[in-house]
Design a protein around this ligand. Structure first.
Ligand SMILES: Nc1nc2c(c(=O)[nH]1)N[C@H]1C(S)=C(S)[C@@H](COP(=O)(O)OP(=O)(O)OC[C@H]3O[C@@H](n4cnc5c(=O)[nH]c(N)nc54)[C@H](O)[C@@H]3O)O[C@H]1N2
Ligand SMILES: Nc1nc2c(c(=O)[nH]1)N[C@H]1C(S)=C(S)[C@@H](COP(=O)(O)OP(=O)(O)OC[C@H]3O[C@@H](n4cnc5c(=O)[nH]c(N)nc54)[C@H](O)[C@@H]3O)O[C@H]1N2
Ligand SMILES: [Mo]
Length: 666
């Protein structure tokens, strides 16, 4: 904390599930945060994303819930304010009664993810693990397939310091839209462009990032594996590959298979012309170092792990790994890898269930079934796959607790609502998974109303459980936030971060990747120290529109919202999802621009507003997830596991963008 004129200035880091985790300064006067700005003390750009207004508005928004609430009749909207004592006592008694009825703590389930990735927020897992064997979600809706792919190829998942992109001659943004989802990367991309680098975007949609690029390749959704194979084939044919065979296994087999692959068929799958493939091949062959940024969009398809593996191989076999300005950035769970998360008190008997298939777990788990659900940092009934089924199964849950700041879709279907603090009201440490800062959240103001941090809630519940039934929980509720942090920041971790103690973060965020390119020594983290090329299947598994459902529905991440966190703007949001399609496709179906329409498939049917957009392929419908009041896009997605994901994240990824629909006027 420091003082600037009349302002008290505190340091923060955005704890949301985002590439960037922007370092923030909050300016408080007279007990109120008046504005926030980017913290540039570790060399970050001063920009905050377009959600900065919401981030501050969240704190003071009239719709924020500041007191615990109990709902009389789930979904009735008949909420009553109650005291924390009553809320915690009711929850504790329900948990104990279920434990007694089933002679097990497995009916108690935790579903937690995106809201706040701060370290101390993992106390929620700690609170559950303190009870014994419980049921908890595992996996990730974001990136699991690609994480596994990189682990299979490199033996680990390491992203270079993005500032190295300035050294690139070619930057390929492949299935990523950083102009919206990772704004701190854009200045580095522009800097590279100014130094003569060419920027390429490969995406089925002409995005804001594509607008900034030198080349845009519009490929068919889910055809990235085919495209990478074509590039390998061409480069091999032209003898434009360059790699050290000592550092790679499987290269010859992969290239032999790529050379035999049916080029015309693959080209058709990608939708790209022979000329386009030639241009991309030459760009790769002539520009060195070339950096590929593999986004998460490309791996929200069923065979996406393979696509990422082929892209890794493309980079390796063109001699782009281990050099500044080269490499394949995907995501970096570096911080998470380093920290032990002792406060989670991990146990081996947790019953883990796939975060991307919660409905399936609710339906199939027996002995004992899930009866109690604690939702923290999630909006399950808005963001999950298979929503149609999930809604049907909800009533089998005997008790639902939602800890949140707002009355979300999920909270509306809860029995108890617990109000949580924002990153301006509690202490924590958090980091991003791409732009690698680690920073602190120090309280700028006391919690508003009766809001409490998740860790405080964990302490309260643990104490009450142990009062009612001594010995119920082993969670160390007596430890302070500072003590938890001191336990996590071991000398080893501090050394990696080049700090002496976690309190050093009060001086500003630190970067946790060394400035050298990953794999510089040519040795990889695989068992034999080599890069592992994948094998090429005989046929790619690319899902295609059908006669009945002729549109591919793509629902990528919006600029103005992060996932479903757009509550402060709710009144400005459109009621229904805005969907975009080509006017020719729309007119054929008698749709009118900016008019209501019905989007449907076998899973369900939702009301949307159709908009015509000339630059879209005729069989694509685009809608940004999280950008409407009613939402409902995931009523149309039954949930399909991706080929990889289980290895590192514990559950397969999910193919959010392999959804096929039809549309008609409403
Ligand atoms: N503003 C903002 N920032 C965010 C978020 C947000 O909601 N809003 N969410 C955060 C989270 S949780 C995540 S996971 C990340 C996600 O951020 P990104 O990695 O950027 O991922 P997506 O938005 O899912 O998709 C990126 C692009 O992939 C394209 N795409 C779809 N299918 C394919 C395909 O088959 N091949 C190729 N090559 N491209 C394809 C989409 O059209 C889209 O433009 O962003 C984080 N940052
Ligand atoms: N169709 C479609 N669906 C998708 C995606 C897609 O691309 N298309 N993307 C998927 C992806 S990548 C992701 S990551 C998921 C995201 O989906 P979720 O994991 O559900 O994340 P959010 O929608 O951001 O909701 C997080 C909730 O946490 C609350 N919250 C914020 N801070 C705190 C806190 O400190 N404590 C507690 N207890 N709560 C807090 C917020 O108010 C918000 O309601 O959605 C997935 N769903
Ligand atoms: Mo995500």
């Amino acid at each position: 904390m420091f003082f600037h004129g009349n302002y008290q200035v505190t340091r923060h880091i955005c704890p949301r599930n985002c590439y960037d985790a922007c370092p923030i300064l909050a300016y408080t006067r007279g007990g109120k945060i008046e504005y926030i700005s980017g913290d540039t003390s570790d060399g970050s750009s001063a920009r905050l994303c377009s959600k900065r207004e919401d981030i501050l508005a969240t704190v003071y928004h009239p719709r924020r819930i500041l007191y615990p609430q109990k709902q009389h009749g789930r979904g009735s909207g008949n909420w009553q304010r109650i005291s924390w004592e009553e809320a915690i006592d009711t929850i504790a008694r329900k948990m104990l009664s279920l434990k007694e009825r089933y002679n097990s703590t497995l009916p108690l389930c935790l579903n937690k993810y995106s809201g706040n990735f701060g370290l101390l927020h993992f106390a929620v897992e700690g609170m559950f693990n303190g009870l014994g064997a419980t049921t908890q979600t595992i996996g990730s809706p974001c990136f699991s397939s690609g994480i596994d792919a990189q682990n299979l190829d490199f033996g680990a998942n390491i992203t270079c310091d993005i500032r190295q992109l300035r050294e690139s001659r070619l930057i390929i943004l492949w299935g990523a839209n950083p102009a919206w989802t990772s704004i701190h990367t854009m200045p580095v991309i522009y800097a590279a462009q100014e130094r003569g680098a060419k920027v390429v975007v490969i995406d089925p949609v002409f995005t804001e990032t594509a607008r900034k690029a030198d080349y845009y390749f519009e490929l068919r959704p889910g055809s990235d594996a085919a495209l990478a194979t074509l590039l390998l084939q061409k480069l091999a044919q032209n003898k434009q590959l360059s790699y050290n065979p000592q550092q790679v296994t499987g290269a010859e087999e992969l290239l032999a298979a790529a050379l035999k692959a049916p080029a015309a068929k693959l080209r058709k799958a990608t939708g790209l012309s022979a000329k386009a493939i030639d241009v991309l091949t030459e760009l790769l062959a002539q520009n060195h170092p070339a950096h590929i940024w593999c986004g998460y969009g490309l791996q929200r398809h069923v065979e996406s792990g393979l696509a990422v593996r082929l892209i890794d191989a493309l980079s390796m076999l063109t001699g782009n790994i281990g050099i500044a300005g080269g490499g394949v950035n995907y995501a970096d769970i570096g911080l998470l890898e380093n920290i032990d998360f002792k406060l989670m008190q991990e146990r081996s008997d947790t019953r883990f269930i796939d975060i991307n298939n919660f409905a399936h777990s609710l339906k199939t788990l027996q002995n004992p079934p899930i009866k109690f659900l604690w939702i923290a940092g999630r909006n399950v009934l808005r963001q999950d796959a298979n929503l149609t089924e999930l809604n049907k199964l909800w009533s089998q849950l005997e008790f639902v607790v939602v800890a949140d700041k707002f009355m979300t879709h999920s909270a509306k279907m809860a029995d108890i609502f617990l109000p949580v603090t924002t990153e301006f009201e509690h202490l924590d440490v958090a980091g991003g998974y791409f732009v690698q800062h680690l920073g602190i959240n120090e309280p700028a103001i006391p919690p508003r109303g009766e809001a409490k941090s998740d860790i405080d809630i964990a302490r309260l519940l643990t104490r009450r459980l142990n009062e009612l039934a001594p010995g119920t929980s082993t969670f160390p509720a007596h430890l302070s936030d500072e003590e938890f942090l001191s336990a996590e920041f071991t000398p080893d971790i501090c050394e990696k971060l080049q700090i002496k103690k976690w309190q050093d973060l009060y001086q500003g965020p630190v970067r946790y990747r060394p400035p050298t390119p990953p794999w510089q020594e040519g040795k990889f983290a695989t068992t034999d120290g080599k890069f592992h090329c994948c094998t090429l299947p005989k046929k790619f598994y690319q899902l295609q529109p059908t006669k009945e459902y002729p549109f591919h529905l793509l629902t990528p991440h919006a600029q103005e919202h992060i996932n479903s966190q757009s509550h402060p703007l709710l009144k400005n949001l459109p009621e229904y999802p805005q969907v975009y399609l080509h006017p020719a496709a729309g007119e054929k179906l008698h749709l009118q621009d900016k008019h209501p329409a019905i989007l449907w498939n076998d899973e369900g049917s939702i009301t949307v507003t159709a908009h015509f957009r000339e630059d879209l392929a005729p069989d694509i419908i685009l809608s940004m997830q999280g950008a409407s009041v009613n939402g409902g896009l995931n009523h149309l997605y039954k949930g399909l596991s991706t080929d990889l994901g289980e290895l590192v994240n514990g559950a397969p990824g999910t193919a959010f963008y392999d959804v096929f629909v039809n549309i008609r006027p409403k």
